[in-house]
Design a protein around this ligand. Structure first.
Ligand code: HEC
Ligand code: HEC
Ligand code: HEC
Ligand code: HEC
Length: 431
């Protein structure tokens, strides 16, 4: 696979909860295996079927073009074997540390007869163990969507639940995490944004994985890009806070889990001084590592587009978090709590209705947050680009779309990221 570039401008593909469901890996249902979905009259049709609610060729799309079907095979590459050997593992493809994200690694006693670990991130890694819904889900006379959900189908259509699902591998959970040890052994740095990654994944191949048409909207819900983005950044911000909280409760080492920090706070050149004061870091000077708060900065821009008081609340919680980040663990724990409460209030205000027709306002706030110097760090700039790209595509202004290319290019190599170039290109979007 040629590596998908999230900075590749998505113009070409421009078109217009149940948050607490158990993750597919956690629920007690058995995982029956991809082969149980793959019959040609089920999801293994060679081409999309007419007269069906769903495309029915999902299996073919997944095998041929979906990166998730290759996730297990990746563990056999020389790159993976090198990572494994640096970590002292004999075989990446047998190590839970890797399989937990690169396969549907449920315990042996929850694997059906046709289950194969080598299927990688298969249907049930996202849609949930099919044991109880397999025989009913294709017949709407027998079971509608809510019945299937009650039988363990994961609510992938719900943006909040989807964010929790994707982030469980694209960031991690308290059970599995791409730790700094794994990174330092050679694993690619992870970054995620729900709407952008959904688009990249949907359009990775010749056919999309599913189609949002009238029938889909009637059965499920509309797909609103700004709402999916907003849901995703709040979910990531809150997940990061809970991982920090967890780390504070369990770590007994001198250094905290560095994977929670901004990689580029430490990994920059020593040839010249790259440090710049970030407004949200208060008085923290150079030489101090800081938490990766890209999704939190996005939440700030989002809050500003909704309510000024709410935005002040998020901004002060963020400053407090950074001030505490270099203090003791009690202060940090309290500031994480306070930040999470602010995000909870923000989340309660976010809805499709609240964001409707708000793309221009949100873009304006995003550019304003940038103009204040908040995207001087690569992690925030990368998040800002993904948000701006989504907004510009939604707004549909060719003049703005033209300016996306250079902005994306300025992020292509994180180690050559120049904040001043990014700021200049960002300012050009306001002209
Ligand atoms: C069980 C873990 C898991 C889940 C859940 C998961 N992913 Fe992934 N994803 C991976 C792995 C592992 C890869 C890398 C596959 C490879 O190349 O070996 C990947 C790759 C991708 C890529 C390609 C990225 C690139 O840079 O090429 C996209 C896009 C993506 N996932 C989107 C999503 C979305 C959207 C969701 C939620 C609907 C999701 N993923 C859920 C594990 C997961
Ligand atoms: C927390 C989940 C997680 C864990 C743990 C994890 N990975 Fe990954 N890995 C991912 C995701 C997600 C991607 C895709 C990243 C992207 O492109 O955005 C990925 C990508 C990769 C890639 C690059 C694939 C490509 O197509 O370029 C390799 C190689 C890899 N992982 C190997 C490993 C090995 C070996 C281990 C165990 C030591 C491991 N991973 C553990 C989630 C994880
Ligand atoms: C990386 C996660 C992931 C994997 C792997 C995955 N799906 Fe999906 N699937 C989704 C998401 C997200 C949606 C869109 C939201 C929704 O409506 O559920 C979706 C939608 C669908 C739909 C359309 C639902 C509708 O109501 O229109 C079908 C059918 C489907 N997937 C089948 C499969 C099959 C079969 C496989 C395995 C060959 C598979 N999926 C693998 C995440 C995934
Ligand atoms: C607080 C500082 C700090 C942060 C934050 C940090 N690292 Fe590191 N990193 C280090 C140190 C220290 C080493 C060990 C260097 C050595 O082995 O000599 C290291 C080693 C590495 C290496 C191996 C380099 C080598 O040549 O051996 C990689 C790759 C890496 N880190 C990636 C990351 C990624 C990705 C992130 C963000 C998720 C990150 N680091 C966050 C301090 C940091």
């Amino acid at each position: 696979m040629s590596k998908t570039n999230k900075f590749l401008v998505l113009i070409a593909v421009a078109f217009g909860g149940i948050a607490h469901a158990e993750l597919p890996e956690q629920s007690p249902d058995n995982h029956m295996g991809v082969a149980t979905c793959a019959a040609s009259q089920c999801h293994g049709s060679a081409a999309p079927r007419d007269g069906s609610n769903v495309l029915q060729n999902e299996y073919v799309t997944w095998t041929r073009d979906d990166p998730h079907s290759r996730a297990y095979a990746t563990l056999a590459t020389s790159e993976s074997q090198a990572i494994a050997s640096r970590l002292g593992l004999s075989d990446a493809a047998r190590a839970d540390m890797c399989l937990d994200c690169h396969a549907d690694n449920v315990p042996e006693d929850r694997r059906g007869e046709k289950f194969q670990l080598s299927d990688g991130v298969g249907c049930e890694a996202c849609h949930g163990g099919a044991e109880r819904w397999l025989s009913t889900h294709y017949n709407t006379n027998v079971a509608d969507h809510s019945v299937n959900l009650a039988a363990g189908l994961y609510p992938t259509e719900d943006p909040e639940a989807r964010a929790t699902l994707c982030l469980s591998c694209h960031l991690g959970t308290d059970d599995k995490f791409a730790t700094h040890r794994i990174m330092a052994a050679g694993h690619p740095r992870l970054s995620f944004e729900l709407d952008t990654f959904t688009e990249l994944w949907m359009h990775a191949g010749r056919q999309p994985h599913y189609r949002v048409d009238d029938d889909y909207i009637q059965r499920k819900q509309t797909y609103d890009h700004a709402y999916v983005w907003a849901t995703g950044v709040i979910a990531e911000a809150r997940l990061r806070l809970s991982l920090i909280q967890d780390e504070l409760g369990t770590s007994e080492t001198l250094f905290p889990e560095l994977g929670l920090y901004d990689c580029h706070a430490c990994h920059r050149t020593m040839q010249s001084v790259q440090w710049r004061r970030l407004p949200r870091h208060g008085n923290a000077g150079p030489g101090v590592p800081f938490l990766n708060d890209g999704a939190l900065v996005m939440s700030l821009a989002l809050a500003r587009s909704i309510d000024a008081d709410l935005a002040d609340d998020v901004a002060s919680a963020l400053r407090r978090l950074h001030a505490a980040g270099n203090g003791g663990s009690t202060a940090l724990r309290e500031s994480v709590h306070a930040m999470d409460r602010s995000l909870e209030r923000l989340q309660a205000r976010v809805s499709v209705e609240a964001l409707r027709d708000g793309e221009r306002r949100l873009l304006r706030e995003m550019l304003e947050v940038g103009a204040e110097g908040n995207f001087l760090d690569y992690a925030s700039a990368e998040q800002a680009f993904m948000a701006i790209q989504m907004l510009v595509i939604e707004i549909g202004d060719p003049g703005l779309e033209e300016k996306l290319g250079p902005l994306g290019d300025s992020l292509a190599d994180d180690e050559r990221y120049r904040p001043s170039t990014f700021a200049r290109l960002l300012a050009a979007l306001t002209d």
